[in-house]
Structures are given as C-alpha cells and as structure tokens.
Design a protein around this ligand. Structure first.
Ligand code: PMP
Length: 437
C-alpha cells in the first residue's frame, strides 16, 4: 500500500531558501521531530474560527459561549483521538514538557518514579523532587521490560509508584514496548505515563489498548503549532493534588475567613489544573489536527512513512561512513526519525552543509536526550553545552512525516552521498554556538 504523494498538505511546501552556492531551492523540512510544519487544514480551520474567538468560561456574550463550546468540544475530540476511557480527564497544557511537569507535581507523597536514562529531558527531569530511580539503557525492547520488572520487584508496594516512558524515541525513532511496560508496571502496583510526543504524530495512540494511565503530547509536533499540549488520563491523583497553577478558573469558591486568611475550594475537574485564560486557539488547532490525521487514516500514514524510512535506510546503507544510531538494532520498528554520525565529520558542520548547500533542514546536537546520545555514541564523559549546542560529540537527526514528499528524502540521500564522497563545497566553523560557512 505505497502512497506516492504526501497524504496531507502542509504549509511551507513552496518556500524557497537561498543556497550559498547561488540560486534558490524549495526548502526540504526534515526536522518534523523538533516541530512539524502546520497542516494547511489546521491553519484554515483556525482562520475560519478566528473572527469568532472569545474568552472561554468567563463571558456571557455569544462569542464567549461559542468559544467555550468549541474549547470543550476540542477536549472531546482529542480524548476520542487518544481513545481515552470514559472517566479519564483531558487537560490542555502548553506542551509535553508542561504536561509531564504537571503530573510530576501531582504525584502522591512518597511516590517512587522509574524512568529510563534514555528518555528525552522532558520525561527524564521533572521527577527530581520524587524518589526517582533511573534505569539503564536497555539493549532490546524485551530487555526494557525485564529491566523495569527487576526494578519494580524489589519496591515497597505500600508506596505509590509511577513509570514514565516514551512511545517513540526522539533520537532513534525506535518504538518502545509500551503495552508490555504498562502490564509490567500494573503487575507491580505502579502507574505509567506515556510520553507520546513522537508517537502521536506517526501512530495511532490508544490509551485503552496500551492500558497506560496517562498520556502526554505536544500540538506543535502534531502539525498544530499554536502553543498547546495535552495531558490525559486518570483523575484520582490529579484531583487530589494541589492545582498546578493557582489562579482564576481553577478555583470554585474563594472567601475571606474569620481569621483573615483566604480559603479556596478548587475545582475537581480539568479546570483544577488549567488556571488562567486557556489557549483556546491552541486547543482548537490540536483538535483540528486530530480530525485531519484520523480522516487521512493511520494505515495510510504509517504505510507512507514506512516507504520514506525504507528509502532513507536504503540510501544511507550504501554509505559506509554513515553510522545510524540505534538502541534496539537496525531492524527495530521506528517512526520517521533517524539519527546518525558521519565518520570524519563534525555533525554540526555536516548539518550546516545540508542547509547551506542543499536547502535541507535537519537538526544536529544531543536532542535534549544527553544521556541517550552519550550512550549511543559510546562516550562516557558528557559533552558540555546546552540543549542543541554544537559540540563534536553530537549527531545529526533527520525526521519527516505526513507532509513529506519523496523529493525531500531523495535530495537528502543524494546530499549525504555527495558530501561524503566529494566533501562540502565550503568549509564550516562554529561561531557563537552556530555553524556558519
Ligand atoms: N518528549 C519527546 C520524546 C520529545 O521528542 C519532545 C520534544 N523534542 C518532548 C518530550 C518535549 O516536547 P515539547 O518541547 O513540545 O515540550
């Protein structure tokens, strides 16, 4: 079921960029894993709604009422997209990072948290105030399940516990055995949250089927770049927790007590963690993207992506200098995300040449997953530097999705071959953390 053309129209398909060697070329956006281009459908839906925009949950006017209805309908659409259980709650946040931090603030006292060292920093770091155990990088999906089982076996089962795991790696694109990890967590009385930032844009995510307790993802990686994200799942911990943000909207009743203090009754629904005026457009855009992906059909999207992945893998396999990074082995199933290093090349210079000489946008760096990239590169000493900063100990990542035409991956494979065999046309150096010719 090969699909010849990109199944969904994205913005930016006609954008041209200058080449340092002269002339212009259409931009090949191969950095979907950082932020996917907006779906044209999402942009059009937002533009159609924009004149009717109004405050949500705080206005008597017609447009406020309409916006409130659309905001709440968006919640339902996204919950359906995630195949949530009937009694799950869906909270609109800013991003995956925000969602996981929210959950980290809501875990019960004494909660033991288990997280693999291979996680993106958004799922690795929010737990530092808890009793957190960092698990070593597994060699296979089965090893991941066994590693988790071993760690949970010795735990004190009277304490609450939570496992946080990615569905698809933002570095290798590899799929993690989420269903098995969830079963293992539950068998040991632990809960599990799925970081679906890289999974949701590429694969159907069913909370019910995977049996995860919570799921988090970001709109901007799901073709809806309007600053919203999602946390969905079980209500008990969320309703027992202090609100993530204190403020209007989260409080049901606020009064001055006889002793002069201020007493608050917080909502016991999604509003509890959505204080302040919500990002209505962001939520609306995510719902629009969910509808567009569902209508395009994940069977089509997955088949299309497999075709692109195979093309990239086959193209790179002919270039012995290219080393593709993988935790679970070359044949492991993956989404359209792939990182590599090129023998003899500084990854940042290579990425800069792809941009300047071929009009291809990829990412270089450590991809906000420093321990994982260090592990994959076999480095013991962490490379200094912030997320994304160019160091010699980094990699190159190419990623694509529902709007990627064949020409972009073909141009990428040709460019890699030419750079490796003929060298770059210019020399590159790093200046102020940026690579320039
Ligand atoms: N988890 C994974 C696996 C990711 O790839 C990313 C983004 N690179 C995040 C979490 C964080 O997403 P955001 O920056 O939208 O909060």
């Amino acid at each position: 079921t090969e699909v010849a053309h990109a199944p969904l129209d994205v913005l930016g398909a006609d954008v041209t960029v200058p080449l340092v060697t002269g002339g212009e070329i259409t931009y090949a956006a191969l950095d979907y894993a950082a932020s996917a281009p907006a779906l044209k459908r999402v942009w059009d839906d937002v533009a159609a709604y924009a004149p009717y925009y109004g405050s949500v949950h705080r206005g008597a006017g017609y447009l406020s009422q309409l916006s409130t209805d659309l905001f709440e309908a968006a919640r339902g659409t996204v919950a359906e997209f995630l195949d949530c259980r009937a009694d799950d709650e869906l909270i609109f946040t800013r991003s995956t990072t925000d969602s996981l931090n929210l959950l980290a603030r809501a875990v019960p006292a004494g909660c033991q948290v288990y997280v693999f060292e291979t996680e993106h920093h958004a799922s690795l770091l929010p737990w530092q105030h808890t009793d957190v155990t960092y698990l070593d990088a597994p060699r296979t999906p089965a090893d991941a399940v066994a590693t988790l089982a071993r760690a949970l076996e010795s735990r004190d089962t009277t304490a609450p516990a939570l496992v946080c795991v990615t569905g698809a790696s933002n570095v290798t694109g590899e799929l993690w055995p989420v269903r098995d990890l969830a079963a293992t967590a539950h068998a040991h009385g632990a809960r599990i949250v799925l970081d679906a930032a890289q999974l949701a844009p590429h694969h159907p995510v069913s909370v019910r089927d995977l049996d995860v307790d919570w799921v988090a993802f970001s709109g901007h990686k799901l073709y809806a770049p309007f600053g919203a994200g999602v946390l969905a799942g079980r209500t008990d911990w969320l309703h027992a927790a202090q609100p993530y943000l204190a403020g209007g909207g989260a409080s049901r009743k606020v009064s001055r007590a006889a002793d002069g203090s201020v007493e608050v009754e917080w909502h016991e629904n999604a509003a509890r963690h959505e204080a302040g005026s919500p990002n209505v457009i962001g939520a609306y855009a995510i719902a629009s993207a969910c509808k567009a992906l569902t209508e395009a059909g994940f069977d089509t999207l997955v088949a299309r992506e497999r075709h692109l992945i195979d093309k990239v893998r086959a193209g790179l396999a002919d270039v012995p200098e290219v080393r593709v990074l993988s935790l679970f082995g070359d044949d492991a199933p993956r989404v359209g995300v792939l990182s590599f290093v090129v023998d003899g090349w500084n990854s940042s210079h290579f990425a800069a040449a792809l941009s300047a000489e071929y009009g291809i946008g990829v990412r270089d760096g450590l991809f906000c997953a420093h321990p994982l990239v260090h592990h994959l590169l076999g480095a013991t000493a962490p490379a200094a530097g912030e997320c994304g900063e160019a160091t010699s100990l980094n990699a190159i990542r190419v990623s694509f999705g529902a709007g990627t035409p064949d020409e972009h991956v073909e141009r990428f494979v040709t460019a890699v071959r030419e750079l490796v065999t003929q060298g770059a046309k210019l020399t590159y150096r790093t200046e102020n953390g940026r690579c320039v010719p």
